[in-house]
Every structure is written in C-alpha cells, then in structure tokens.
Design a protein around this ligand. Structure first.
Ligand SMILES: Cc1cc2nc3c(=O)[nH]c(=O)nc-3n(C[C@H](O)[C@H](O)[C@H](O)COP(=O)(O)OP(=O)(O)OC[C@H]3O[C@@H](n4cnc5c(N)ncnc54)[C@H](O)[C@@H]3O)c2cc1C
Length: 586
C-alpha cells in the first residue's frame, strides 16, 4: 500500500509530537506503528475521518493500543479495512484511534469432542469455514457474504436465513475475549454473553470468540417462483418447512422467487457454490449503463425492465461448479449460501455502487407488512409508470428468536427485510467514469416511504451494519426491551466511554445532535422536514400512501414513463446489454 506525501509528513510530525509528549506523560510503549489514514467502506462511497490506525496482531498489542489511547484520552473504534457496514458504525471519530483487525486472523483451537472452534476476530467467515471443512466441521446459514470478519459479524449481528437452527453467528458464541474500557482482558462466558454477543464495537475490542460448530453438511438448492397472488402462502409455509429460504419479492412486476435449501446425505456428489456475484465485470458494467439509463426520468427504458432482467437471473439456478452453472446444485452448506467476489476480487458494488438498507420485524407481522407495501407501490404507480424496485426486489430472510439483548431477532421469530438500491452519483468512479443522472435514486421517495412505514408503524429494528443515519434515530427500549441492560453492561466494562464514535453518539442521543442541513435527505442523514432538505428541487411531502412519512418527491405530476419490455423480450435486452459494452464481451 502506498501513502501520500502528506500522510507521511503527518506521521513524521505525529511521531515528533509523541516524543515531545513522552517527556510530559510517561507514555506506554506501543509496539504497533500508527498510520494516519481515512479507511473506506466496501465500495468507497464512505470514508472514515482521518485518524490514527493500528493493526495489532495479538491480544497483548491490542491491550497496549487501548491503554495508550486511554492515557491520551482518545476514543477507540474497531473494524475491518474496506468495512462492509454502510456508513460510520466501524469508524473512529476524527483524530481518534482506529483498530483494524486484519492481522487477528488465526484459528486458535478446534475441539472435535465438544464441537467448538476458537478464532480471532479478524478472520473472515469463508476462511474459517475453509479450515473447518478440512476438519469435517462447519458453521452454516449465518450470512450471504463470506467475506465478513468474525468481529464485524458479532459487532453488527450478521445473519443468514434458517428457522431450524440459529441464523446469526452471534447465537453460536459460547465464549469471548474482549479488551475492555480499562484496557483489561476480559474472558466472557455465561449470562454476560447476552450483552456481548451483539456489541456494536462499543464494549471493547473483541479479540477472539469461541463458537459451537456442526458436522459438515451438504445441501441441495431449488428455486421456487410465484406471484403476488401466492406470496403470503409462500412466506407462511416455505421458511417453516425447509432448512433455509431466501425470498426475493419484486412487487412492481408482481413476482417472487425463492432459493430453498435442504439437506442431502454428505456423500451426495456435488461441489456447487453460490455464484450470484460471479458475473463477469463486463456484465456489471453493462448493468451500470442500463441502470443509469433506467434511472433517468422519462426515458422509456424503465426500471421495471431492469427488475425483469434481475428477476429472471434469480429465478433460475445461480450456482456453479467449476465455473459452469448447474441446474440441480448440491454442495457444502456454507458455500451454497454465501458468495464471495470474482476471482479478480472485484465485487459487483465496486462497479455498480449500492445502498444497503435492512431491518427486522416479527414474522407474524410480515403478511400485513406485505399488504401495506403493495398499497405503497400501487399508490405511487400510474398507468404506464409502474414503480419497480429492481436490484434484488425486497429480500426476505427468516430466523428464530434470540436472547441477546440487542439482537435484531431478540425476543421473537423474525423476518429480515432488505431494500437495496443503486447509487447514482456518489459512488466509486471506476477509473474516472461517473454515472450522471439525477442525484437521488429513482423512486427514492418510495424506498423512503417503505422504510419509514417499517420503522414507525412496525417498530422495525434497523440492521446495525446497514442503513443510513436516519434509520437509527429514536432507537432504544421501544424496539429493544433489554436496551437498558445493554447500556448497564457498557457502563460496567467501559465506564469512561472509551469505545464510542459519532455513530454511537447519535444513537445514544436519539439523533438529537444531527443537524438538518441542505439536502440532508439525499444521503439519509435526516428525514426531511423542509423542502431544502431534499435534493434536485424536490419537495418534502407526506408519502403517497403512508401519510405519516416525510419523503422528497416532486410536487408536480411526474412525466409518464412507459414500460417497454415484455417477458418475451428479455433475451433481446440481454443481447442489448452485451452490445452496450461492445468489445468487452467475453
Ligand atoms: C454486499 C453486502 C452484503 C451483505 N450481506 C449481509 C448478510 O447476508 N447478512 C447480514 O446480516 N448483513 C449483511 N451485510 C451487512 C454488514 O455489512 C455485515 O453484517 C457486517 O457487519 C460486515 O462485517 P465487516 O467484517 O465488514 O464488519 P465492519 O463493517 O468492519 O464492522 C461492523 C461492526 O462491528 C464492529 N466491529 C468489527 N470488528 C470488531 C471487533 N473486533 N471488536 C469490536 N467491534 C468490532 C464495528 O465497530 C462495527 O460496529 C451486507 C453488507 C454488504 C455490503
């Protein structure tokens, strides 16, 4: 990695300062060199403030860094490089101490008789499972991304989908090691784990964790498809009668498609992997071109066309063996559920930046929620201008309840609901190329209306590792009955609030310290109250169906935007995608 001259000069100056300061304070020797850096998120749409970054390699080094920071009255936050949480959850505040877990990446112990594994917090889920697989063991159905770190997954309560066993990594934890707000090493077991398994990084640095594991398992995947007419039946049956179900609902085109996993004997032939992100780079570039056209107002290449193409890609097998799609895939359970990025390590969102939103509600409320969302879609649609949510539609995953204080599924069987959309202008520039369209994503007002419906009417719990800032306002006991117990535990292990950052400060103060500034609704910093909070000369108005919401939309009637694609035209438009990228075709 290279660093700019400015950084190097700053590092030099900081060192000079530290030497001077050492004469005043009796400084603790920190074995790690600090770099002054701005750590980016997974797709470079968000940068942490510039701060002192350390990459410790063991618990002693973590302890030294924490004690040194305490001595110098710095705040600390821990995360990964290219963190996958959406905004600043994993970032230290400006000029504070950022701990990166990249060198805490070892499996420490595997116990075959107890079926447990102890691993360091920076290890990625797919790395852990690769090691476990060689030992005939696995952890399954807890995430759709294999690239998350153990610490990040416990920090933000990463989940997968299954009703037959726990669906979040946090629920497999039986012990943890944390360096706390005194700089002490704390071994946590038993009841205290309810506070620490899901921890947001605000209790200390998680150095390692011990998990229950399972014998290695194989699964088959089948794709089930349906329409709005049978979606309620699907969500009330499929998750309860199968090992794992992930359902993508495309309400604009009134269709759903579900990936359903079930066990097969371990000696069943098959080594398939989830290759939903293995599309070649040219195709992602083509999608980007297509969506930038679809996003522009009044262009007859509508968002619903894109939704149809996305639906058609999900509605058949997206599993591969040796690079070839297989129709009846069978493979190891972990590899069938989560995806990794292309061999080139380019992830789709580095070419086509996305916004990842998500929250959970009790499963029993899902049928009513679906009806409400259908009403929102209908109310916002007009003849020849149907609202479509193209990327993954609305994505449902399912889980049993958890006892962890601030788990997304605490206290009730839950459905995790994801809303993803494409960022227009504010993304990675991919060698200087920028998408130019309106600033706010198309149908942004509809996303906002659905999100506010969920948070306000359903008391939804926003995913700790997803969402914009406004989703976290007013969080507390209303959503989490054990909120105070979590705060009490934080006060016990970190009474001087060493582990904090602006993201946590906003949650604690219920967003009170967030200013509503011009165009603040664009990046989700606020829910608009006045017109100038909206981008693109839009007005701040009640949602069209959920009138309690406040969304940015045009006060005028929008131009008509015909849908020009039919099912039989999908192969044609797939060819169009290829033509868009011309010589880059494989
Ligand atoms: C493409 C994509 C797909 C996703 N898919 C899923 C999914 O299938 N399921 C799901 O639930 N979520 C998903 N997410 C959301 C989320 O990003 C992950 O849940 C997870 O938080 C990311 O892990 P990370 O290792 O990048 O953690 P980071 O983003 O680095 O950290 C997440 C949180 O954990 C804390 N933390 C990290 N390490 C430590 C540590 N060692 N000690 C203390 N605190 C720590 C951070 O402070 C932060 O609060 C997805 C996100 C993206 C971008």
């Amino acid at each position: 990695m290279t660093y700019s001259r400015v950084y190097l000069i700053r590092v030099y100056l900081i060192r000079v300062c530290l030497i001077t300061v050492a004469g005043i304070y009796q400084s603790i020797a920190v074995s790690q060199e600090a770099m002054w850096e701005r750590i980016p998120n997974y797709e470079r749409t968000f940068l942490c403030p510039e701060n002192e970054v350390y990459s410790p390699a063991n618990v002693d080094q973590v302890q030294q860094i924490v004690r040194n920071a305490i001595q110098h009255q710095k705040k600390i936050m821990t995360g990964t490089r290219k963190f996958n949480s959406q905004i600043d959850a994993a970032c230290a505040g400006s000029g504070q101490v950022q701990i990166i877990t990249e060198h805490l990446n070892k499996v420490l112990e595997i116990n075959h008789s107890d079926l447990t594994v102890k691993a360091e917090a920076g290890l990625r889920l797919y790395e852990l499972n690769e090691i476990l697989r060689r030992e005939g063991l696995s952890i399954n159905m807890i995430s759709e991304g294999g690239f998350f770190s153990i610490g990040g997954m416990l920090g933000s309560d990463t989940h997968g989908s299954t009703m037959t066993q726990p669906a979040s990594l946090s629920d497999y934890v039986i012990a943890m090691t944390i360096v706390d707000g005194f700089g002490n090493i704390r071994k946590i077991t038993g009841e205290a784990l309810k506070a620490t398994r899901v921890n947001l990084g605000v209790l200390g640095v998680v150095v390692d964790a011990t998990f229950k594991v399972e014998p290695l398992k194989k699964v088959s995947a089948t794709i089930h498809n349906g329409t709005n007419d049978d979606i309620i039946e699907a969500i009330t049956n499929l998750p309860f009668n199968n090992y794992s179900v992930s359902l993508a609902w495309f309400p604009g085109i009134k269709k759903w498609t579900a990936t359903v996993y079930n066990f097969v004997p371990i000696d069943t032939p098959g080594d398939a992997v989830n290759s939903q992100a293995h599309l070649p780079n040219w195709m992602f570039k083509a999608f980007r071109e297509l969506i930038s056209v679809a996003q522009a107002p009044a262009i007859p290449f509508a968002t619903c066309s894109f939704a149809k193409i996305r639906h058609s890609l999900r509605a058949k097998s997206y599993f591969s063996e040796n690079g070839n799609i297989v129709e009846n895939p069978v493979g190891y359970s972990d590899q069938m559920q989560y995806f990794t990025c292309n061999d080139s390590k380019t992830c789709p969102w580095e070419i086509l930046p996305i916004v990842v939103g998500g929250f959970s509600i009790p499963i029993k409320q899902l049928p009513q929620w679906i009806k409400d969302v259908e009403s929102i879609i209908d109310e916002n649609s007009r003849p020849m201008r149907r609202v479509c949510l193209p990327l993954n539609g609305i994505y449902f995953r399912f889980s049993k309840s958890s006892e962890n204080f601030i788990a997304l599924n605490q206290g009730h069987n839950s459905v995790f609901i994801d809303l993803e959309y494409v960022v227009n202008t504010n993304g990675a520039d991919d060698n200087g190329k920028k998408i130019t369209a309106t600033k706010s994503p198309k149908f942004y007002a509809v996303y906002q209306e659905i999100e506010q419906l969920s948070l306000q009417k359903y008391n939804a719990r926003p995913h700790w590792g997803k969402n914009f800032a406004n989703a976290f306002y007013n969080l507390g006991k209303r959503q989490y009955p054990h909120w105070d117990q979590f705060i009490n535990y934080k006060n016990k292990v970190d009474p001087h609030n060493v582990f904090t950052n602006p993201w946590w400060d906003r949650i604690k103060t219920k967003g009170a310290n967030v200013r509503a500034f011009t165009e603040c609704a664009l990046d989700g910093s606020c829910i608009c109250q006045k017109d100038h909070h909206c981008p693109d000369n839009l007005s701040c108005l009640p949602g069209k169906w959920y009138q309690k919401s406040r969304v940015c939309r045009s006060a005028k009637t929008e131009a008509s935007e015909p849908i020009t694609i039919t099912d039989s035209q999908i192969p044609y438009y797939t060819k169009v995608i290829k033509n868009i990228i011309g010589s880059e075709q494989p």
